[in-house]
Design a protein around this ligand. Structure first.
Ligand code: C2E
Ligand code: MG
Ligand code: MG
Length: 432
């Protein structure tokens, strides 16, 4: 295993920075001004690099910068965006504002391509600097694939930074229905990004970047507040509002004071009717602390669901200790349950286990009547999936709830756990 592949290992980057057209400044404003300008460039480089980075002059109008202890190319990109962004601003010399064109070439160590010695890294950084000078890019990495990935990522990141201010995020809701009656007993809030040019973008395309950049704290806070605002809206319209569950990321959970973070995000919208969904893997790193935080969350009247259950590696004794009230069986089990007896046995066992721990069991990704019937038979409490409804905007949920309210309650019965349930029609129709 190379050092770079080992967890926690760090990389370094060699950056050659070239101030273009410098001789034009020298010729027009004089050598003295030229020197002043170079000093200003050096100062600005220093001010925008990190304290640990090494800066030196390696030629008439070239600087060398060594970034040490960087985790990956993404982080290098961030540091360079800051530095080259600052160098693009005008420099005040002799009462004038002088703009410079600054270019950079970047090599990274260790990699398979960029060089294994200081000499090779510098030579290759200079080689790619030549390409940068001939291209519209401000700086280029020696490994070409990084340039494309870096540019895409930065463009997406910039758009995401604007998305929250420009109210481009929307929260859709998917109903959870009670297995025995088909009534909507809960909603899951699912985030979408309404990007002006591309339309609705699903979470898998932007949530990882929100998590990587820390923007998930603000966006996740918005989700919590929006869910509770929508809950109040349903309440105000006279419909008994189902509880609303919101997905919470690892980074949100790792906040020093997670309950405080949740309370602050929601503000005066109140936490009544709120559940959070977390995945098993989120809890693994610091179980004791998370258990304490989740107890506090429970005291705030917020329910806790374990999402995508079955895909992690939780031990039974660990689940028993978790202050969670709901288990959501991952959709991969539900999808295979009707064809694989093994999967069916697992689903059935998870339901028994959950019930023994006094938890509500929800099956995710229910798409067919066959799955729904089977789940009912093995006493799964609630179901969620395209069979009942895709995630939809709140106004469509209001219509579904209104229809549900209008249907006469024909008969009542009790399930094995003693909960009063209503049998009868399915009120949320499968999508055609
Ligand atoms: P999840 O929490 O497990 O959400 C369930 C996902 O399954 C949703 O995908 C939902 O649209 C999809 N789904 C529901 N029924 C069916 C079905 O019958 N068949 C199939 N094939 N899929 C079904 P979506 O909305 O794309 O969300 C994906 C994941 O993104 C979520 O998985 C959740 O982990 C994450 N996510 C969504 N919204 C948020 C959010 O606000 N914050 C955070 N941190 N994560 C979110
Ligand atoms: Mg979920
Ligand atoms: Mg899930």
């Amino acid at each position: 295993m190379t050092d770079a592949a080992r967890p926690g290992a760090t990389k370094l980057a060699v950056v050659v920075v070239d101030v273009r057209g410098f001789h034009v400044v020298n010729d027009n404003l004089g050598r003295h001004t030229g020197d002043t300008l170079l000093r200003l460039v050096a100062q600005r480089l220093r001010a925008n690099a990190r304290a640990s980075d090494t800066l030196g002059r390696i030629g008439g109008d070239q600087f060398g910068l060594i970034l040490t202890d960087v985790a990956n190319e993404t982080q290098i990109g961030h540091i360079l965006e800051k530095i080259f962004g600052a160098l693009a601003e005008p420099f005040p010399v002799n009462g004038e504002q002088v703009r410079l064109s600054v270019k950079g070439g970047v090599t990274v160590f260790p990699t398979a391509t960029d060089g294994a010695s200081a000499d090779a890294l510098l030579t290759n950084a200079e080689a790619v600097l030549k390409k940068a000078k001939a291209s519209p890019e401000t700086y280029l990495f020696y490994a070409p694939h990084i340039n494309a990935a870096n540019a895409n990522r930065l463009a997406l990141e910039n758009k995401l930074r604007r998305a929250l201010d420009e109210r481009q995020f929307v929260l859709h809701y998917q109903p959870k229905v009670e297995s025995q009656t088909g009534r909507i007993v809960g909603l899951e809030g699912l985030l979408r990004w309404n990007e002006p040019e591309q339309g609705l973008i699903p979470p898998y395309r932007f949530i990882p970047l929100l998590e990587e950049t820390g923007m998930i704290l603000d966006v996740g806070g918005w989700v919590l507040r929006q869910a509770m605002t929508d809950f109040q809206k349903l309440q105000a319209s006279g419909l008994p509002p189902p509880r609303i569950a919101v997905n919470v990321s690892a980074m949100q959970m790792r906040q020093k004071d997670f309950p405080g973070y949740v309370a602050a995000a929601i503000g005066d919208a109140g936490t009544s009717g709120l559940d959070i969904e977390i995945t098993e893997s989120v809890l693994m790193d610091d179980i004791e602390r998370h258990i304490r935080a989740l107890r506090q969350i429970g005291n705030m009247g917020i329910g806790v669901a374990l999402d995508d259950f079955g895909t992690g590696y939780s031990s039974l004794s660990y689940i028993a200790r978790l202050p969670a009230n709901t288990l959501k069986i991952d959709q991969s089990f539900v999808a295979d349950m009707t064809t694989s007896s093994e999967k069916l046995a697992i689903v059935s066992a998870v339901i028994s286990l959950g019930h023994a721990l006094d938890m509500t069991i929800v099956a995710e990704g229910v798409e067919t009547e066959e799955q729904s019937k089977l789940l009912k038979l093995i006493k799964c409490d609630e179901m969620q999936g395209y069979l009942f409804s895709k995630p939809v905007p709140l106004d469509q949920i209001e219509v579904m709830l209104a229809n549900q309210g209008a249907v006469p309650r024909t008969s009542e019965s009790s399930d094995s756990r003693g909960t009063s349930m209503r049998r009868g029609h399915r009120l949320v129709r499968p999508l055609s």
